[in-house]
Design a protein around this ligand. Structure first.
Ligand SMILES: Cc1cc2nc3c(=O)[nH]c(=O)nc-3n(C[C@H](O)[C@H](O)[C@H](O)COP(=O)(O)O)c2cc1C
Length: 331
């Protein structure tokens, strides 16, 4: 009888805890949804920060085009028109910023590459003529040994040397991926619950089927030797307020994995997993990933060619990133 009562009590306590978590999760997701609807850039492109992000995405598309393997002249005409419009409309509303200047410099590099093109580009030419002070952006062309020269350097130099590379020229051994996963396992996680898992795809048919679902690797995905799918186990989540934990913990793990690949001399390219539910389900089925794991992102990897181009991808100044609060230096 005593045991029976104990069992009932335990069941009641855990039912109450489950109800509390479900309530928390409902409130948390409603809060997130409200914040998203109020502030997500995609819904508020009239705002300066959102417009700047759109410009950054616009120049990133062209930087990728400029540095892609098997680049064909005349690529990205629509992207050029779009970016010209974005920068003009932004500057008319808010003035110049580092990002809008970089976008114009990328457009300048695009025009320089097409200097001998028989296709007239009057709109782009007029845009550039109005900004004669800007030099073309420099999309670095690097030799493999220089790209990895700082792979053992002190951290500030090492981390500055890591970049994604969309050029792959052969396999990386499975042992290297195993080593990279072992290094990444040192990533911190909330209460050391270690949410992250990695599915290593080592089969071109599976890779292509996954990329067909992801839809973001045109022009270079088929060269990748392996794809690492970083997931996060929802079983590790302990209460409702932890609704972001799969992505914070999985994201930290993914960063460590990218550093590890760079340190071990493998080229890597992070690939987003911002896909609709149908695609997410399809990938789970395709790769036999349990539904209880959230896919965080993919990392394509392979051996780097002897030389290749990388996108400049300039970073914001620290003053735009680091905001002090409190103390004497608060701004
Ligand atoms: C979450 C995330 C998703 C990304 N998705 C893609 C992608 O789908 N395709 C791609 O070519 N690069 C992708 N990238 C790579 C970024 O474009 C790249 O990291 C960024 O431009 C900075 O350049 P760097 O890593 O070379 O310094 C992604 C990066 C992150 C962090």
């Amino acid at each position: 009888m005593k045991d029976f009562l104990k069992k009932i009590k335990r069941a009641a306590v855990s039912a109450i805890a489950r109800m509390r978590t479900a309530r928390e999760a409902k409130r948390a997701f409603a809060y997130d949804r409200r914040q998203f609807m109020r502030y997500a850039g995609a819904l508020h492109l009239d705002r300066e920060a959102a417009a700047l992000a759109e410009i950054t995405m616009g120049y990133h598309v062209l930087e990728k085009g400029l540095t892609m393997p098997r680049r064909r002249l005349g690529f990205g005409k629509g992207a050029v028109r779009h970016l010209v419009n974005l920068v003009e409309s932004f500057e008319a509303r808010f003035g110049r910023r580092a990002q809008s200047d970089h976008a114009a410099r990328v457009l300048c590099a695009y025009r320089k590459l097409h200097a001998d093109s028989p296709d007239p580009m009057p709109r782009l030419d007029a845009f550039l003529a109005a900004r004669p002070y800007l030099e073309p952006a420099d999309e670095p062309h690097v030799k493999r040994e220089d790209f990895f020269a700082d792979k053992d350097a002190p951290f500030a130099r090492f981390s500055a040397s890591r970049h994604v590379c969309r050029h792959f020229a052969g396999p990386v051994p499975r042992e290297l991926v195993e080593q990279a996963a072992a290094i990444a396992a040192s990533a911190p996680s909330a209460c050391n619950r270690q949410h992250a898992r990695v599915y290593a795809i080592d089969d071109p048919v599976l890779r292509d089927r996954l990329f067909a679902v992801q839809k973001g690797t045109r022009g270079f995905g088929a060269d990748a030797d392996k794809v690492l799918v970083v997931t996060s186990d929802l079983s590790c989540v302990r209460w409702g307020w932890e609704r972001h934990d799969c992505y914070t913990n999985g994201g930290m793990f993914a960063m460590a994995l990218c550093y590890a690949l760079h340190h071990l001399g493998a080229a890597h390219c992070i690939l987003h997993w911002s896909v609709p539910p149908q695609a997410d389900r399809e990938a789970h089925r395709l790769l036999d990933i349990p539904e209880s794991e959230a896919i965080v992102l993919l990392v394509a990897c392979g051996a780097a060619p002897e030389e290749f181009d990388i996108a400049a991808s300039p970073r914001l100044p620290v003053a735009d990133i680091l905001k002090w609060r409190g103390g004497q230096t608060a701004h």
